[in-house]
Design a protein around this ligand. Structure first.
Ligand code: NAD
Length: 246
C-alpha cells in the first residue's frame, strides 16, 4: 500500500530538531523524499537530504531550494517550520531583536515559499504548511515579540492561501501548544530545578501534559496530503484544548 505522500518531494525548514524533525520523519514514513533546510543540519536524520540554510538570508535559501530542485527534479510540499523564541513584554527587545525574530519567523516563510513557488506551480499536489503557535491567537504573558511574529504567520497563511488558490497550491498552518522539543528542554534546563519545572509546566497545560512533536507532525501530514485536498487557509490547533478554553 502506498503512503499518503508517496512520490512527493518535501522541504522541511528547521527539520533538524524538535517539531520539524518529527514532521520530516512522518512525511518520510508516508513515502515522501525529504529535504531538510536548517541553519544547523547536523542533527538531521541521515535518510533526509540536508541543506545548510538560514531562512533569514535570501541567498542561502535560494541556493538550498535550487539544490533541492536539482537533486529531486520537483518540489511538492513546503513546511515552513523554522522559528525562534523571544521573551518579554513589548518593551523588552530592541529594534535589532525585533528585526531578527521577524526576519526568521515571518519573512523566512516568504523567502522559502518564493524560492519554491515555480516548482509548486508545476506540482499536481502542491501544499504548504506553516508552523504558527497558540501565541497566534492567545495573549501569552511575556511573549510580545514572539506573539507578533506568530500572529503574522497566521495572517500570511491566509493571504498565501487566497493568492495561490487558483494555482492549486494549498496553504495551511498548525498552532501547537507548548511542545516537548529541545527548545522547551533548553528552557527547562535553565531552571533551578528542571524536573520540578517540567512537572509544573505539564500541570499548566489544559490536558495535563506537553504536546508531543509527533502529534503536531500528524496534523501537518493531514494538511499536506491529498486527504485534505479541499482545505486551504485554515489552522489545526494541536494544543491540548487551549483554544477550546478561550
Ligand atoms: P527547536 O529549537 O527544537 O528546533 C528549531 C529548528 O529550527 C532547529 O533545528 C534550528 O537549527 C532551526 N532554525 C532556527 N532558526 C533557523 C534559521 N534562521 N534558519 C534555518 N533554521 C533555523 O524548536 P521547536 O520547538 O521544534 O520549534 C519549531 C517551530 O515550532 C518554531 O517555529 C516554533 O515557533 C514553533 N512552536 C514551538 C512550540 C514549542 O512549544 N516547542 C510551540 C508552538 C510553536
Amino acid at each position: 500500500m502506498s503512503g499518503q505522500v508517496e512520490g512527493l518531494v518535501a522541504i522541511v525548514t528547521g527539520g533538524a530538531s524538535g517539531i520539524g524533525a518529527a514532521i520530516a520523519r512522518r512525511l518520510h514514513e508516508e513515502g515522501a523524499q525529504v529535504a531538510v533546510l536548517d541553519r544547523d543540519p547536523s542533527g538531521a536524520d541521515e535518510r533526509f537530504a540536508a541543506f545548510t540554510a538560514d531562512v533569514s538570508d535570501r541567498a542561502s535559501v535560494d541556493a538550498a531550494v535550487a539544490g533541492v530542485a536539482e537533486r529531486f527534479g520537483r518540489i511538492d510540499i513546503v513546511i515552513n517550520n523554522a522559528g525562534i523564541g523571544a521573551q518579554g513584554d513589548v518593551a523588552a527587545n530592541d529594534d535589532d531583536e525585533w528585526a531578527r525574530v521577524l526576519s526568521i519567523n515571518v519573512t523566512g516563510i516568504a523567502r522559502v515559499t518564493s524560492a519554491a513557488l515555480p516548482w509548486l506551480r508545476r506540482s499536481p499536489a502542491a501544499a504548504v504548511c506553516n508552523t504558527a503557535s497558540i501565541a497566534s491567537t492567545t495573549g501569552l504573558p511575556q511573549r510580545a515579540l514572539y506573539s507578533a511574529s506568530k500572529g503574522a504567520v497566521s495572517a500570511l497563511t491566509r493571504a498565501m492561501a487566497a493568492d495561490h488558490l487558483r494555482e492549486g497550491i494549498r496553504v495551511n498552518a498548525v498552532n501547537p501548544g507548548t511542545a516537548d522539543t529541545p527548545w522547551v528542554g533548553r528552557l527547562l534546563d535553565s531552571a533551578a530545578d528542571p524536573a520540578a519545572e517540567r512537572a509544573a509546566l505539564n500541570a499548566r497545560q489544559p490536558h495535563g501534559r506537553l504536546v508531543s512533536a509527533d502529534e503536531v507532525a500528524g496534523a501537518v501530514l493531514y494538511l499536506v496530503s491529498p486527504a485534505s485536498g479541499s482545505t486551504t487557509g485554515t489552522f489545526i490547533e494541536v494544543d491540548g484544548g487551549m483554544a477550546a478554553l478561550r
